[in-house]
Design a protein around this ligand. Structure first.
Ligand code: ADP
Ligand code: MG
Length: 778
């Protein structure tokens, strides 16, 4: 180690010389000048001082003041200046992949280096990191995974946890782990960074750690609420449009009645505003949105009008539109393309900014467009704090965020666009005042804003906790409930119990809460337990190809497009892939295979176009498949040499069985009525299918059960993608026979029997049991 020490010393001197050379070069000087103009620079010495004097420091500051790109760099630079460069190892966590990637790229560029030299990144299944990487940007999940094999974070000198104000579940979890680790690693430095001023709770969680605020400067932003928006944009009452979908008008009437009944002051203002905006014109894109439609979500046409107003009447400057999600962004983008002004590429450049965009598109967002072209960025709340677009002058805020919530009583996750918090609204508004005075258009009335909560609810209190509990177990952190009771804010005991129960049902935890063999494998795969289980079984049962497609599809998103004006065509295009076999998952497998074949003939785009498939999504699925495959190879679950893992690729029954094993206990019974199908789950009773499921088109489903990967409570409970399965598949692959032995297992399934009154199934049981007994005896 004396030799090692020598090597590192020499390397440190090299690093110092390199850094100095860059800082003195003309290019380096230019960047230095920009960096010195950031508010964080004024606090540089104070920050570095505090970090060297204290084990934990909490830093807050306006978005864009230079926390993420500068602070980790300050630490790195000062270590290098002190000739300790090769001895330090700084990890900075980001809640999202895309920010870890874009920030590391930026920091490397500011240091005049390529990615993977002193600065690198690592996200799930991907990374750019070299032997000499001293500053690593990674997702929070990656650091948690590292803790799995390296509990003391050996060799790490600084951990920086960014965006803690978001209160993501992983960050809250990480904080508990780090808090436990600090006494064992007195040299380790922990820095917490937050965009908002409520740093106190973090400081007091760490025993009164010092807080440093970076004062920022922003220009004033003029605020328009809905009542002013309608005024300033001169929203005209448009002609009564022909309604081609009866649902629309009916929904409109019902909604109005509901509003009248409530008679709250808010309702009446909203009603007036909606009336003024001629809500009938609001196009409801899918039957799905009809169901979750509520009076709060204003139509695309209003957004279009505001954008039009800005483009024709206002000063130059980029526009940032906050929307709820990827679907919304795509649908609006499509609508804008048809607009005479907003769809004209010589005058307007419309870009999207969301977590799963391609990196080429990512770079465009930061670039200044040519003179005379207006840049409009449609973004999710990712642009609220983690991504800063410098030239924004106008912000349009729809006031919603798609947020998961969790109904612990019914053990059902809900995904609804819900109102943002006051803090988030303020954050969105602030994005407009970075380079000059700005304007923010909130598309909701003032009184609705007044009713917002101050802050968003922490994720740990509003999501299912299955993956979290599995991780706690695999990190050997003791009793799950005891561990979670030490969180910043502890989740409800019932949520914790539900998660533990789920893990037991799928066979990941034993009765005493210890990890089973399956559980240990699952905790090593960076996917939800149910998807992990499918991958493992797909490998064991040698039908990996189709299962890789199913799992990748479920973790990316649905590649089947459902444009609202061509819904019928799109749905029947999807149905062709199902070939009447009652499975969205098998439809996906076929669509993907067809695309691969078409790609080989250089015909992928036409194929996608004709079949209403998203080429971009299919590409993402394709690359994820490869990564999962590598992962399975690395964990030793498949052996490429023997190549038997694909022997049963075409056995549809086997594929169904493995899908069932993964999705269980997501199961509902099928009752075919005269002209419709009635579906029931044990917890919810009657449930419905989303209209884009191939099973939603069927008047009769010739399987007694459907397994589904997700249910969402909107007004009723809706099931996303489902697959029909037979009695015997449910018997053999539902749940974990090993857990209670065959008898116990049958008894549990017997619960289903009674509930759904399927006496025929009882017979199948008895027969099956007899056969198995005989098999075992021989
Ligand atoms: P914070 O973390 O405090 O929100 P950042 O460190 O992310 O701030 O950004 C500081 C500044 O660096 C931004 O205001 C912006 O001017 C600039 N910046 C950050 N990322 C990029 C990028 N990818 N391209 C160009 N400029 C960037
Ligand atoms: Mg930041």
């Amino acid at each position: 180690s004396v030799v090692m020490e020598k090597v590192l010393r020499r390397r440190s001197l090299q690093l110092r010389n390199q850094q100095q050379a860059w800082q003195e070069s003309p290019e380096g000087q230019k960047i230095q000048e920009f960096r010195r103009s950031l508010p964080a620079y004024k606090e540089r010495d104070a920050l570095l001082n505090a970090i060297s004097q204290n084990q934990v420091v909490v830093i807050s500051g306006e978005t864009g003041c230079g926390k993420t790109t500068q602070l980790p760099q300050y630490i790195l630079e000062s270590e290098i200046d002190a000739s300790r460069g090769a001895f330090c190892s700084i990890i900075c966590t980001q809640p999202r992949r895309i920010s870890a990637m874009s920030v590391s790229e930026r920091v490397a560029a500011e240091r005049g280096e390529k990615l993977g030299e002193s600065v690198g990144y690592k996200v799930r299944l991907e990374g750019m990191k070299g032997r000499d990487t001293r500053l690593l940007f990674c997702t929070t999940g990656i650091l948690l995974r590292r803790l799995l094999v390296d509990r003391n974070l050996k060799g790490v000198t600084h951990v920086i946890v960014d965006e803690i104000h978001e209160r993501g579940i992983n960050e809250d979890f990480l904080l508990i782990v780090l808090k436990d680790l600090l006494p064992h690693r007195p040299e380790l430095r922990l820095v917490l960074m937050s965009a908002t001023l409520n740093a106190e709770i973090f400081s007091s969680y760490f025993g009164g750690a010092p807080m440093i605020h970076i004062p920022g400067f922003t220009y004033p932003v003029r605020t328009h609420f809905l009542e002013n928006v309608l005024e300033t944009t001169g929203y005209r009452l448009t002609q009564y449009n022909q309604i081609d979908d009866y649902g629309q008008e009916k929904a409109w009437k019902m909604q109005k009645q509901a509003l009248r009944k409530r008679k709250s002051p808010i309702a009446s203002v909203v009603e007036d505003a909606l009336e003024a905006a001629d809500f009938r014109e609001y196009s409801l894109r899918t039957r799905e949105s009809l169901r979750c439609w509520n009076p709060d979500s204003l139509g695309f046409n209003l957004i279009e009008n505001v954008l039009c107003h800005i483009c024709t009447k206002e000063r130059p400057g980029a526009v940032l539109v906050f929307m709820t999600g990827w679907d919304d962004i795509n649908a609006l983008r499509e609508q804008l393309q048809a607009h005479p002004l907003l769809g004209d590429p010589s005058r307007v450049l419309v870009l999207a900014c969301h977590g799963s965009m391609a990196s080429s598109e990512q770079r465009l967002i930061f670039e200044k467009p040519e003179d005379g072209i207006r840049k409009i960025v449609l973004a999710t709340n990712i642009a609220e704090t983690s991504i800063t677009i410098d030239d924004v002058v106008f912000v349009v805020d729809c006031g919603k965020v798609k947020e998961t919530s969790y109904d612990a009583l019914n053990n059902t996750p809900c995904l609804l666009p819900s109102w943002i918090s006051k803090a988030a609204a303020q954050q969105r508004r602030g994005r407009a005042g970075r380079i000059q005075p700005g304007d923010c258009y909130h598309l909701y009335p003032r009184c609705v804003y007044d009713s917002f909560a101050d802050y968003q609810m922490p994720e740990i209190l509003r999501t299912p906790l299955q993956s979290l509990c599995l991780q706690i177990k695999s990190l050997q952190l003791g009793s799950i409930s005891e561990f979670l009771s030490r969180a910043l804010q502890s989740p409800e005991p019932l949520s914790v119990q539900n998660a533990i129960e789920y893990l037991k049902i799928i066979g990941a935890l034993a009765e005493n809460e210890n990890l089973t063999v399956l559980g240990r494998h699952l905790s090593m795969l960076p996917v939800e337990p149910k998807l992990g289980k499918m991958l493992i079984l797909g490998a064991i049962f040698n039908c990996l190809e189709p299962i890789l497609t199913v799992v990748s599809g479920l973790s990316v998103r649905d590649p089947f497009l459902m444009p609202f004006d061509k819904k019928e065509l799109a749905e029947s295009a999807k149905a062709q892939f199902s070939a009447q076999d009652y499975s969205d998952h098998l439809a996906l497998v076929r669509a993907y295979q067809g695309w691969k074949d078409a790609e080989r003939e250089q015909d992928g785009y036409r194929y996608c176009w004709e079949n209403f498939l998203s080429a971009q999504t299919l590409k993402a699925i394709d690359s994820l498949r490869k990564q999962f495959f590598t992962l399975l190879k690395d964990t030793g679950l498949v052996d490429e040499k023997t190549a038997t893992y694909n022997a049963w690729n075409h056995d549809e029954h086997l594929i169904r069985a493995i899908i069932c094993a993964g999705l269980y206990p997501g199961i509902c019974s099928v009752l075919n009525k005269e002209k419709s199908v009635s579906l029931k789950t044990m917890e919810d009773g009657q449930v419905l299918l989303y209209s884009n499921s191939v099973n939603a088109r069927e008047l009769k489903i010739s399987y007694p059960w459907l397994v589904f990967n997700e249910k969402v409570k909107v007004n009723s409970v809706f099931l996303r993608d489902s697959t029909g399965i037979s009695d015997s598949v449910l018997l053999l692959f539902g749940g974990d026979i090993c857990r209670e032995g065959l008898d116990g297992h049958l008894k549990m399934l017997g619960g289903y029997l009674e509930f759904f009154m399927k006496p025929a199934l009882a017979e199948t049981y008895t027969n099956l049991k007899r056969e198995l007994d005989e098999l075992i005896q021989n």
